[in-house]
Design a protein around this ligand. Structure first.
Ligand code: UT7
Length: 340
């Protein structure tokens, strides 16, 4: 009998940790301001700013695609980590707006990078995708199987929203960012994580046509069913309650309190939801990272873009305790605590 592995095996078992060794973002140059939107549809800078905190968003130009943004972000993260494409073991791309439904955009990224030794797959978990992908990557590192994994969050939502629908088009933006998770024996990286899903809310954020249930037809296109639709009020209620709860779960699991957190990076969907979550957790504003004003909601890219900017702005440094919480379509949510 093997029995009590922790006691018997620990002496000669090597423990591996996933260090956040590199980061980088790739955001399209083109910017659309609230005023530009207000010139086209029935909205205003005042409404968007008050209700969401968003001032502008970046969107792709013609010829710019999800795989391009993802590749650029991955390259930057790899450069920062000091690794070559040959050294990559795995590429995980979190995205709900890939170039094609098939093939997986992760293989396009793998090809673009020339990462011939890497496996690659996509995680489709809406705005929560990056947190799911990071937790997954961490398992491959901890098992000792892989040394270097690049985790990308990328979206080109501008091509999936109806630019005449003020309920959605003012909220979203495009972008990508990536991190490299690198195997180390030093105690660092992910301390705890929590992943959740409640499919009873599947209709609250949905693209009805384009999947196998409702393939694209002339009729579905006429009805605009290929566009992203959202029940904003329901998602708002869900997110406001869930963010604080998901944060508490990972803190409790790790034996930490909100005071221990150096920086809280929530999914950047709405400044009001972020404020509510921070208040619920008792976190002062200086410990909360917010950049939704510049990018809008970039879905799976929002958390890694924020991680990258937090490092670039000196708000995150080695040794800090970082808390991440995201939520999105599914409905889904995820949180984790990371020692960076
Ligand atoms: O990443 C996960 C995805 N999504 C989210 O996190 C979104 C969560 N939800 C939200 O952020 C908010 O619910 C919204 C920002 C989407 C909406 O804010 P709200 O305070 O919940 O507004 P509402 O939906 O209750 O709408 C209030 C009014 C409505 O008019 P009536 O029915 O009261 O006459 C809307 O038609 O505001 C109207 N409205 C707008 N007005 C000007 C909706 N969108 C706009 C707009 N400009 N862009």
């Amino acid at each position: 009998m093997i029995g009590k592995p922790d006691v018997q095996i620990t002496n000669y078992m090597i423990r591996y940790y996933g260090k956040l060794a590199g980061y980088g973002k790739a955001v399209p140059e083109k910017v659309i301001t609230n005023d530009e939107l207000a010139a086209r549809i029935d909205t205003s800078d005042e409404w968007i700013t008050e209700r969401t905190g968003i001032k502008e968003r970046h969107v792709v130009s013609e010829g710019e695609h999800c795989s391009d943004l993802a590749t650029n972000a991955a390259r930057k993260a790899m450069e920062k980590a000091g690794i070559t494409a040959d050294e990559l073991d795995l590429i995980i791309v979190a995205s709900s707006s890939p170039d094609y439904l098939m093939p997986p955009v992760s293989s396009q990224v793998q090809h673009n990078l020339g990462a011939k030794n890497a496996g690659a797959f996509v995680m489709v978990v809406g705005c929560t995708g990056f947190v799911y992908a990071l937790a997954t990557a961490d398992q491959f590192i901890r098992s000792g199987q892989y040394r270097n994994i690049v985790v990308v969050g990328v979206e080109v939502i501008s091509r999936n929203v109806d630019w005449d629908d003020r309920n959605t088009c003012v909220l979203f933006g495009d972008g990508a960012a990536a991190v490299v998770l690198q195997r180390t024996e030093s105690e660092t990286g992910m301390i705890s994580h929590h992943l959740g899903s409640d499919g009873s809310g599947f209709e609250h954020i949905i693209q009805v046509a384009g999947g196998t249930r409702n393939p694209v037809t002339h009729e579905s296109l006429d009805q605009g069913l290929q566009y992203l639709k959202m029940n904003g009020r329901e998602v708002f209620k869900f997110a406001s309650g869930m963010m604080g709860q998901a944060l508490k779960i990972v803190l409790d699991e790790a034996g930490y309190t909100p005071e221990d957190i150096d920086l809280f990076i929530p999914h950047q969907a709405n400044a009001r939801i972020i404020e509510f979550a921070a208040k619920q957790a008792g976190l002062p504003a200086e410990k909360v990272f917010v950049n939704v004003n510049k990018y809008g909601n970039t879905s799976a890219a929002s958390v890694p873009i924020a991680i990258t900017e937090a490092f670039e702005e000196g708000r995150l440094k080695e040794g800090d305790l970082l808390a991440l919480v995201a939520f999105g379509s599914g409905l889904t949510w995820g949180s984790c605590l990371v020692r960076v």
